[in-house]
Design a binder for this molecule. Structure first.
Ligand SMILES: Cc1ncc(COP(=O)(O)O)c(C=O)c1O
Length: 404
């Protein structure tokens, strides 16, 4: 944990764990039970035409309208996520990737330009390269460690969006969000940020971000069984823009999935606290291993980005990277991954179980960032015992060494 405590100044000064426990629970539909029920539905019935007309005029409010406007189950989750991120309103969408693409579509139009970090989530890059290009929207990828002064030079007269993701996917560069956001504001551009790694440990709206993106699929859901995304904002104007775009695109999330995400949110604080500690312990141990050239975990002193992380974050999640020494071949790293018994081989993260994913050769970079030399592996630390995880990695490293 960082020395700082999680921000505590919203909602009557109640602590973060209290808010996770109580957020989104009030409402007339609860009928005495602790939890909001699952409301499934497409058609809404009205008592009169006047009632229906009034409902359609309130489509930005959390009121029954039609299924795509959400139900009490969706709104409860929206309210919890808005509290987690310190925003005022939140839109739930079908996946984390939809939470990336909907705001990009909300704020960009033909002829405009977006600045994307070289370390952005791969499918976000693919969306820019393969979809936004077809709409006449161009993208420049920038080194995520860029300074405010240097990003200013990359703005074009038609740049309307600065996109951030901090730390970056796979290479975990921490961005100077306040400095970059200040430049974007000065140029009249919107700041969109994928804040999935930071979750409650990074308060986007206090650092100049306009729109915060979360893959709720990760720690909020927490059990590797649901895909969901959220888009959180802090002004009425941004809310109307995001909400209208989401509705136009037909975005919707299953209320059953929202209910599971709500359940996950209640225990996220304690899960993450344990996972953070375990991940730092595993990362620190890996940093002492002779096979490891570098550990990419911003919460570990001496690693790249640590000072910025200490300044801006209150803690860390349990996803980090390992760079192996230059003489270790990809086949040896794959042999290690195959030998691991507790770390599953697979994508995604934030669940209760540990994962290991060799990423050599699969990470695209075009702005020259994230070049560390050796083969890489991304590790997600779950809720298992740290000693068992270390023992598993140790026997995996023995296999790696036998294949060198
Ligand atoms: C940083 C980041 N953003 C967004 C996403 C997309 O989330 P989802 O898998 O729910 O589409 C992911 C998924 O791995 C991610 O790592």
């Amino acid at each position: 944990m960082n020395d700082k405590t999680v921000e505590n100044d919203k909602h009557g000064g109640r602590g973060y764990y209290t808010r996770l426990s109580h957020g989104g629970r009030a409402g007339t539909n609860v009928r005495g039970f602790v939890n909001v029920p699952v409301h499934r539905g497409s058609t809404m019935l009205y008592g009169s035409m006047a009632e229906r007309t009034a409902a359609s005029q309130d489509r930005f409010e959390q009121k029954p309208h039609y299924g795509t406007g959400g139900s009490a189950t969706h709104w409860a989750l929206e309210n919890v996520v808005a509290e987690i991120e310190g925003g005022t309103r939140c839109q739930i969408v079908s996946t984390g990737l939809a939470a990336v693409t909907v705001p990009l579509l909300a704020y960009l139009k033909a002829g405009e330009h977006v600045l994307m970090p070289d370390s952005c989530y791969g499918p976000a890059r693919s969306f820019c390269d393969n979809f936004l290009t077809r709409m006449g929207i161009s993208t420049t990828y920038y080194d995520p460690t860029i300074t405010g002064a240097a990003i200013a030079a990359l703005f074009q007269p038609n740049t309307t969006v600065l996109y951030l993701e901090s730390p970056g996917s796979h290479t975990f560069e921490v961005q100077d969000v306040p400095a970059l956001s200040a430049v974007a504001r000065g140029k009249g551009a919107k700041v969109l940020m994928d804040n999935t790694w930071g979750i409650h440990h990074f308060q986007p709206f206090k650092h100049g971000v306009d729109v915060s993106i979360q893959a709720l699929t990760k720690y909020v859901v927490g059990h590797s069984d649901v895909l969901l995304g959220s888009i959180t904002v802090n002004t009425r104007e941004d809310w109307e823009r995001v909400r209208a775009t989401s509705v136009i695109l037909g975005q919707y999330a299953s209320p059953d999935d929202c209910w599971l995400a709500l359940r996950g949110a209640r225990t996220m604080g304690v899960r993450m606290e344990r996972q953070e500690k375990s991940a730092v312990a595993v990362a620190a141990w890996l940093a002492t291993r002779p096979e490891v050239k570098m550990v990419l975990h911003p919460a570990l002193p001496g690693t790249p980005g640590h000072e910025l992380w200490k300044r801006d974050f209150t803690g860390a999640c349990s996803l980090f990277g390992v760079v192996f020494r230059d003489d270790i071949a990809r086949e040896s790293v794959h042999a290690m991954a195959n030998a691991l018994q507790l770390f599953g081989k697979g994508a995604s993260w934030g669940g209760f179980e540990s994962l290991a994913l060799p990423t050599g050769g699969s990470v695209t970079r075009t702005a020259g960032s994230g070049q560390f030399g050796g083969e890489m592996m991304r590790l997600h630390v779950g809720l298992e015992d740290v000693d068992d995880l270390k023992a598993d990695l140790e026997q995996g490293l023995a296999v790696l060494n036998a294949r060198r």
